[in-house]
Write a protein that binds this ligand. Structure first.
Ligand code: MCN
Length: 751
């Protein structure tokens, strides 16, 4: 029996759908509860904090100010990410806020009480004397530099670097036309079902933290560094995580304050963010790009240049450095554009720090390049598919090194585009839409191509143990929290060991389980985590083959294994079963059947084409009627789960393109609540069709797969916005003006 390539159902779902899940808030240790006193100002000095009234409330145990917490911290929170250079960023380690608040919602004190309601009520009684200061709320204000978010950094620029490849000056000299592009992504809320949460328990010099996180091992290292506790005495447990979408790859000052409170009070302390807090402290994406493309009249794009400006909010989160450093090298996407110059700037503003959100950098890069290709097609009057075919990197150029130094591993971009146009019936959809428009309907079709970088290493931990009855435990350093990667990894190991999936128990998300782990983000789990688990499984199988050889009185080379039996190659009638070998593995010399690896890995580059159909009604409300996808994600481990990932991410793309935005007013106040922030539901979800390349281009990973967890949100917004803009074109004007910005959030909500 083989599992890889089959639509195996997720092994964790029975528990999740029958209410047996265990989120941080479900953990039933008798604990105190924390609530935060937050700044109502975007920028202000904190002159005094008076907790007298709060402390009088029955049930309140303590109030700690930022200054109190910080006095016992050894260090602050610093960004952490692989694949980027932290030294190029200007930042300060972040502690709990004291002295000066830098955004609305900045936590300056924590109230600890016997329950969360008492803590919340008492937090409102903490009196804080603020002296408001001028604030730099927008990117434009912050760039002027009149108000500095961090006075001591001497600038609001967290990062400023020109990425240059090829000879852009020459490309623009040779251009027959220069076409300008201006795109913007608004601030979004990743909106996981379960908000952030933490429970900390300090006992006898050891700290246990249950956190709704994607990166337990990294949290362990950071907590160890910040509190000066050896990491061997810190245990981070990631219980079930009710969605994360990249926003939980962080440690926040709130979480630091909760850990501090638990240590100080010697009692477990819990904090689970309210929905309003979640909306305030977890936002992402905001960026602007202003640029131009140098083109020849035949549509060849010779060069691209422009300014990329990214909002970091008031502090760098763990993943803050990603966007300014990854968008530029990805900005040419799958196209053979040999000259690029991008000034990438990351800017501090007096707004909540921005986190990561599904795709982080790749949706932005894709949006920029796909809107550019649409603008070029429109200006030159060239069919958008022909234009893309002309510029796509050819298969014989693979592996292809782009002008900013990224090497795309494998693929056939033009071939996939041609097949996608047929499979997704793009031409037919377009002519249908044109006919409908001639009847007065505002319906449009948009196509977008994406090239993604994912499967980030540099390594992952994998361990496989076979017990004395032949049951298998897989420990992975990846941290599945909804994507289904645990099932994909279990499929891979089951096939490698030739055992039924029922025999496999996969565990993750507890730093006591293994020495290290990178976590889940950047669509890496089944590819990088799966590779580690596969290599560990191979090692265990080798050891079992040795045990079998001993039982069969043969040399190890004389034994082969398949489907539950170790046999003599020359006499297959002589064999020993998987169970016999498992038992013998603990009964003879060199006992034990377990292996672990830290498997190194490099990035991989999936790609694909999405087509969207959008209708705008007479009131301006837009809906995505249908969304079609054709992706090359290397070897497909589980088509049902991979498709599910496309579906989920496309629904988020609908939100990003049409409905979601976290607006911030001139006072730095978020002016939306979860009541009117429209996360698409089943009602707004389009009909979807999803296919994977029949002859995929494999990656170099042991699994041969490429990631898929973010693809729908990487390419979806570009296809949807293109469809939206064509919906508004009269049937006679094929290349009307595109709306290069997302439509204004006000006029569109269908609910
Ligand atoms: N898969 C496959 N074949 C491939 C690649 C993947 O069958 N060639 C399957 C895997 O078995 C897995 C799924 O597709 O079930 C996604 O795998 P992968 O691309 O490795 O992505 P990860 O498991 O690393 O998931 C992370 C990714 C990211 S970065 C975000 S953000 C995200 C996401 O996936 N957040 C999610 N999906 C989410 N889904 C849910 N429900 N909740 C989130 O928070």
């Amino acid at each position: 029996m083989s599992y890889v390539g089959k639509p195996v159902r997720r092994i964790i779902d029975d528990r999740l759908v029958s209410g047996k899940q265990n989120y941080v808030d479900d953990i039933n240790i008798s604990s105190l509860h924390a609530a935060f006193v937050r700044s109502p100002y975007a920028h202000a000095l904190v002159k005094s904090i008076d907790a007298t009234d709060a402390l009088k409330v029955p049930g309140v145990v303590a109030v700690f100010t930022g200054a109190q917490v910080n006095s016992e911290l050894k260090d602050g929170i610093i960004p952490w990410v692989t694949y980027v250079d932290l030294r190029e960023m200007k930042f300060k380690p972040r502690k709990v806020t004291e002295g000066e608040v830098k955004y609305v919602g900045d936590p300056i004190a924590v109230v600890v009480a016997k329950d969360s309601y008492v803590a919340r009520d008492a937090a409102d009684l903490v009196r804080v004397d603020y002296e408001p200061l001028p604030a730099a709320v927008t990117l434009e204000e912050a760039l002027k530099g009149g108000v500095l978010v961090h006075e001591d950094l001497g600038t609001n620029l967290a990062y400023s670097k020109e990425f240059k490849g090829g000879n852009p000056e020459e490309a623009f000299k040779q251009a027959e036309k220069v076409i300008s592009v201006s795109v913007e992504n608004g601030r979004l809320s990743p909106s996981p079902m379960e908000p952030r949460g933490i429970l900390a328990q300090y006992e006898s010099g050891s700290l246990t933290v249950w956190a709704s996180t994607q990166v337990p091992y990294y949290l362990r290292s950071d907590i160890s560094r910040i509190f000066g506790i050896p990491s061997s005495r810190v245990r981070v447990i990631m219980p079930d995580v009710g969605g994360a979408f990249g926003s939980k790859v962080h440690l926040t000052p709130e979480e630091v304050a909760v850990i501090y409170a638990s240590m100080k009070l010697n009692r477990p302390v819990k904090w689970v963010a309210t929905r309003s807090e979640e909306l305030m402290i977890s936002t992402a994406r905001q960026m602007k790009f202003q640029g131009e493309a140098a083109v020849k009249a035949d549509g060849t794009v010779l060069g691209l240049r422009g300014n990329l400006t990214l909002d970091m909010g008031a502090w760098l989160t763990y993943t803050g450095p990603i966007q300014p450093q990854i968008i530029p090298p990805m900005i040419v996407g799958p196209y053979r554009i040999r000259a690029v110059s991008v000034l990438s700037r990351a800017v501090y503003t007096n707004t909540p720090p921005l986190t990561m959100y599904r795709g982080a950098s790749r949706p932005e890069a894709t949006f920029i390049i796909e809107r550019t290709m649409d603008a070029v097609a429109r200006e030159l009057g060239i069919d958008e598919v022909e234009l893309r075919l002309k510029n796509l990197v050819k298969p014989d150029e693979m592996p292809y090194r782009n002008p900013l130094g990224l090497t795309y591993d494998s693929g056939d971009y033009p071939g996939l585009l041609r097949r996608a146009v047929e499979k997704l019936e793009y031409r037919e959809l377009k002519s249908w839409a044109q006919q409908e428009r001639s009847k007065g309907r505002r319906v449009g079709v948009g196509l977008a191509f994406y090239l993604e970088i994912c499967g980030f290493g540099p390594w992952e931990y994998g361990e496989v143990r076979v017990d004395e009855r032949g049951y298998v435990t897989v420990v992975t350093g990846a941290t599945p929290h909804g994507s289904g990667a645990e099932t994909g990894i279990a499929q891979l190991v089951a096939d490698e060991l030739g055992v039924s999936m029922e025999r496999i128990n996969i565990v993750w998300g507890d730093t006591a389980l293994g020495p290290a782990g990178m976590g889940t983000y950047g669509s890496r789990s089944v590819t990088v985590g799966g590779s580690a688990a596969l290599v560990a499984a191979r090692k265990v199988k080798e050891k079992m083959t040795k045990v079998a050889a001993r039982l069969l009185n043969a040399d190890v080379e004389e034994v082969e294994y398949s489907e539950g039996t170790f046999r003599l190659k020359k006499d297959p009638s002589k064999g020993v079963s998987w169970e016999q070998v498992a038992a013998a593995g603990y009964a003879g010399p060199d006992p034990g059947l377990a292996a672990s690896v830290l498997q190194e890995a490099d990035v991989t580059f999936p790609y694909g084409v999405h087509v969207s159909v959008v209708e705008v009604d007479e009131t301006g409300i837009a809906r995505v009627l249908e969304h079609r996808a054709y992706d090359d994600i290397g070897r497909v481990i589980n088509p049902m789960l991979a498709e599910g990932q496309i579906h989920g991410a496309v629904v988020q793309a609908v939100g990003q393109a049409l409905y979601e935005r976290v607006p911030i007013d001139e006072n730095g106040q978020i002016t939306v609540t979860f009541a009117d922030y429209l996360v698409p539901t089943f009602v707004e979800a389009p009909i979807m069709k999803c296919e994977f390349a029949e002859k995929p281009h494999y990656s170099n990973h042991v699994t041969k797969s490429k990631g898929v967890g973010e693809a729908g949100l990487i390419v979806g917004p570009a296809a949807i916005v293109r469809a939206h803009s064509t919906a508004m074109i009269p049937a006679t004007a094929l290349f009307g003006r595109c709306n290069d910005r997302f439509p204004s959030p006000d006029a569109r909500s269908p609910r």
